[in-house]
Design a protein around this ligand. Sequence first.
Ligand code: AMP
Length: 267
Amino acid sequence: MSNLTILRTYAQKADPSSLSPSILFTHSDQFLTIFDAYPKAIFHFLVLPRTASTVSGYITSTRSSSASDAALTMADFSNLRSLLKHPRAKEVLDDFKREAEEVKEKIVEEMMGRYGFKWDLWIGFHAVPSMEHIHLHIISSDLCAPSLKNKKHYNSFHPKEGFFLHLDEVLDLFEGGSSTTTKLPLSPSQYEAILKRPLACFKCHSEMKNMPTLKKHLQEEWEKQKEREKCLRVEKNATGDKRKRDTDELEMRDGAGDNSKHSRKEE
Ligand code: AMP
């Protein structure tokens, strides 16, 4: 059983670098990003706004805001719903977006180093979170991991079912001016119903009869993707090699042409 307030404890750390490297991925003045302790995909991280009173986190932030200078309290950072009620919600979400883009670059570096290619990362919030303190998931679009064990886990990260609220879609709620909370379409109980929906592959949409079948299918999809990327790399290298051979050949021919001109002159 996980400790439901542990994320808040991390967020309050005055010095996140004191956290173990097995917990902390990276941090900035406003955020820290940790490894999800039960990853539901090959890459899975949580971005948390920092709230220590001794750092330049939001609670003590003195910078002026275009929306409002209203103070943010710990309660505002409980979850997305509480944040959306605050006049500075958009500012915090824009900062989340900037931070996520930076973290994403680091993850892509890891992907390239480990696998030689990159694949999509989904960035969003759970509509009904289980842990205290607002946290943004950054999760790779494979959903292949031992900790993905049940329908609830799977449907909560399915990119189209609606429980996983993509950050860009949350930011879209601010378009048009009316209250963001009224624009979140479903009540928590309706969101929870999404978790009970039938299992469907997020790639090919086929319905799966149970979790073992779905997990096997996702693994096969992932293996196919790796194979495709490998073929693409081989093709790219072959094209690169051929282009180089052609250039070398042209240069040699030009060189030979020049030489024959010289030799004719010499004759
Ligand atoms: P949510 O459903 O959005 O509240 O997600 C909470 C996330 O926190 C899940 O993905 C869990 O795997 C993850 N989690 C649970 N306990 C810990 C922990 N101690 N450290 C890091 N991540 C955790």
